[in-house]
Design a protein around this ligand. Sequence first.
Ligand SMILES: NC(=O)c1ccc[n+]([C@@H]2O[C@H](COP(=O)([O-])OP(=O)(O)OC[C@H]3O[C@@H](n4cnc5c(N)ncnc54)[C@H](OP(=O)(O)O)[C@@H]3O)[C@@H](O)[C@H]2O)c1
Length: 331
Amino acid sequence: MTPRAVAIVGASGAVGQDFLAVLAARQFPLRSLRLLASPRSAGQRLSFRGESLPIEALGPDSFAGIDVALFSAGSAVSREHAPRAVRAGAVVVDNSSAFRLLPEVPLVVPEVNPAAIAAHRGIVANPNCSTILLVLALWPLHRAAGLRAVVVSTYQAASGAGQQAMRELREGTAAALRGERLPPRVLPQTLAFNLFPQVDVFQPDGYTREEDKLQFETRKILGLPDLPVDATCVRVPVERCHSESVAVQLGRPLPVAAARDLLAGAPGLELVDDPAQQRYPMPLPMAGRDPVAVGRIRAGRVFAPGLTFWLAGDQLRKGAALNAVQIAELL
Ligand SMILES: NC(=O)c1ccc[n+]([C@@H]2O[C@H](COP(=O)([O-])OP(=O)(O)OC[C@H]3O[C@@H](n4cnc5c(N)ncnc54)[C@H](OP(=O)(O)O)[C@@H]3O)[C@@H](O)[C@H]2O)c1
């Protein structure tokens, strides 16, 4: 690959820091790397491949000479600055939800729909983190046996809500161990020694926006516009890595042994499915790792034919930074 001039917007954030780790680990060919964030972090330095790089405040001229801009600073920042980056000649890979459902914007998981990227007009959207983990497992099942419906419950880590939420979980846990209770700050409820069925805001029909993302983004990525997807998203007191309980209805029977073989060989997945040895996917061992672990695969008891399974993966890695860097590599 030709070395590229890359900018990271939101470099000081949870996803931003993983961008640095992933670019370094994959030896992404860089001509230059510009780190951008809000004025709050301007002047701070981050280390990359043994070098100390300054963080600059994001502004209208930040994208001059940039080939690829990796955005992870929230939807408002993307809406304002991504079009500027495109006008300056960069291709944007955007981690926010700002553009994901626009028909002209490809929504890409490279293991699933890499061809979609070709139609981009300057912006490629990185899907929601829970959705990326889910579709990696759904895609091989769909190709083998035709997906008919999906019911998914997520167990989402604090880091999915950013660095301040991670801090809130740590400080809240320490306070609880002292017998105190910290009021929630960025999260809607106390997370330490608790969980709550709310990720993002509620919609008029009682689902949350995160649950809507799982439905609409899964449909777009898989190219199944009518696929029923019923999601319940739960925030759990885990620092890093989301887990998901998934039940799928299939068009044709798929024996459990065949599903295991299929998922074991699918790109981006790792089979961890030996219940007799108490081996199944968990968040802690997946932290900082690239693959999404799948296990507890069994014949469904509600959907026939169907399968029920469990997965866990690092939502800052494959759910955000890694997927975006893979898109940049494809570009
Ligand atoms: N966390 C995840 O697991 C995850 C997964 C997939 C997608 N995403 C998406 O990625 C984005 C960032 O999430 P995060 O978890 O990394 O959040 P975060 O830890 O809160 O970091 C937010 C980043 O955005 C920067 N920022 C905020 N306002 C800005 C502004 N006005 N101008 C320039 N930079 C600004 C912050 O800079 P300062 O440090 O200077 O404030 C920081 O670098 C969000 O759109 C989120 O939905 C997150």
